[in-house]
Write a protein that binds this ligand. Sequence first.
Ligand code: GRG
Length: 294
Amino acid sequence: MDFLYELKSYQDIVDKKIIELINIYDAPESILEAMKYSLLAGGKRIRPILAISVCKALGGSLEEVLNLGCAVEFIHTYSLIHDDLPAMDNDDLRRGKPTNHKIFGEAKAILAGDGLLNYAFETIFNEAIKNSFDSRCILAGDILSKASGVRGMVGGQVIDIENEGIKISAETLYDMHRKKTGALIEAACLIGCVMSGKSDYMNKVLEYSRNLGIAFQIKDDILDYTGDVAKLGKNIGSDKENNKSTFVSILGLEKSIELANLYSNKAKLYASEIEKDSNSFLAGLTDYLLHRES
Ligand code: GRG
């Protein structure tokens, strides 16, 4: 199947499920509105798509992994809302729209993020309960909680804010991004593997996702330096403005492009061991993310 066609069909499936999950959530309308605003602002849905495509590559089913993939997207969306706050990156544009706090105010934006964080785990618990305490769902919840907490995404953000204005080593930069961006990408892929029931593939999936996560972040840094605001949907140069060390500021643009290619190629090697199909979707996704403009 054509890669872009398949990608779009996964995006549509994820969008539909996210709308369904948020519409059945009986939360107060005023906070739901702020949660919906960011959830439905047009993200690429990469993390749920990774969960789905790893699961399917290993013979699992879309139905079993879909809600769990959406839970990862809830965490991702909460992290973006909080990352944009004045106390963090202080951004006013995201996905081509005003950031959450610009519309709903800081307090509501913090609470919308908190709401999404909790709804992610409620979604996973619901899935486990619905399926007679399916141990795979419990494991998925364990993976996601570790990846999004202080040993993962939040921990990466701590390294980030503690080093504003300081030129960090390449080693610290890798550590920060493995946690801040990579942990959730890894979690999405591992959840796909767990839900497929093929736990013997965990190491290969971990290696795929680690290499993909680093390539993804290097590309994000490159886009913050060379990107087009209209295509990106967010302001560029914010890393420089916030005195942040990035792959580009530490290693230069040329070396960063070289590294993004290198890690993408490594990811594709692992993809070929997970999905033994010459028309591998995971390999296509790796290339798509390397060449993305937003
Ligand atoms: C607990 C206060 C508090 C914060 C949570 C904010 C935070 C911790 C972590 C930040 C995580 C973060 C924003 C990482 C950057 C990851 C990244 C490159 C995001 C862009 O992802 P895409 O390109 O975005 O998938 P779309 O818009 O397509 O969903």
